[in-house]
Ligand binder design. Sequence first.
Ligand SMILES: CC(=O)N[C@@H](CCC[C@H](N)C(=O)O)C(=O)O
Length: 370
Amino acid sequence: MRRQLHQIPEPGFQEFKTQQLLLDHIHQLPQDRLEIRTWKTGILVKVKGVQPRLCIGFRADMDGLPIEEQTTYPFRSLHPGFMHACGHDLHMTIGFGLLRHFAEHPIEQDLLFIFQPAEEGPGGALPMLESMEFQAWKPDLLFALHIAPEYPVGTIATKPGILFANTSELFLDLTGKGGHAAFPHKANDMVIAAAHLTTQLQTIISRNVDPLDAAVITIGKIEGGSKQNIIAEHARLEGTIRTLSLDSMQQVKKRIEEVVRGIEVSFQCSAAINYGSNYCQVYNQPELTNEFMEWVQKETDIRLIACKEAMTGEDFGYFLEQVPGFMIWLGVNTPYSLHHAQIEPDEQAISIAIDLFSRYFVWLSSRRMR
Ligand SMILES: CC(=O)N[C@@H](CCC[C@H](N)C(=O)O)C(=O)O
């Protein structure tokens, strides 16, 4: 299933084939305890418990990334320019594996499996959370995982409290006066303005943010100009801001606005700032997370790492604002990072995660019954 999903990566809110493939598999399961709803390109599946007193949820994200795949896989992406380079194909397969397990072996409690679109952007969690479909089935506890290239298979990592950062997308459009390459004094070159802006943005991190309160600005894409001998009238920078505190997010945005105003003056151009979508931090409910970490150490052979927080973003944070739960990293042992065209996560991690969460849900279910 992971390999089928890997071949059809789709951008956020366009996960049509992904949704259909998941639905085809879900419809093949024993249906007597299942209730299935779709929401946009997402899916919610409830597994009715034997004597339910609460509902335990698991969320998997569904979208791919605009990356041209360069893996050695025989099952490479069939969608040119798109790739599952953030492990959502594994996340969905693990979600489905858990769903299949509990459709065949129901437990006391109700379970909710959430297949959520658009995690990479513009963010499916918040609108899904607000939807009638989700609110009608809102779980009492909710869990998720994310693959971690740097950890060996058989390892998980997590921590109570903040796990992932606050994020904001960043889009900057610079407009000046184009012209002939030979007459720079008669134009306002937006390639030069973009180059200065890119480096000045980094001084916000190094000079304006408390070094003990981590923040990141990454410009991942620059576009500008149309030909080598034409001075560019327009340039566009696309990036993302990450901060551990909301105060730093506000401070960074304020400084970006000041730096951009300076660029307008020094390069005699106009600039537009758009912050795109924002995600709140992923905050693991401390009691539940500590309890889970103790349980893993006592009851499983999994190697547990008490990790530090990371500057990754995840719209799962919005779910955790409303429902207690946590997220963990799942070791998949690959030398390439998330969002890299050559990432090849070890598929053995899939069954390890299914086994881990199925045992945890059974334990949680009987424990919460007492
Ligand atoms: C786990 C992961 O890689 N998540 C993404 C979330 C992206 C949020 C948004 N589109 C942004 O770029 O700010 C990440 O890049 O951390």
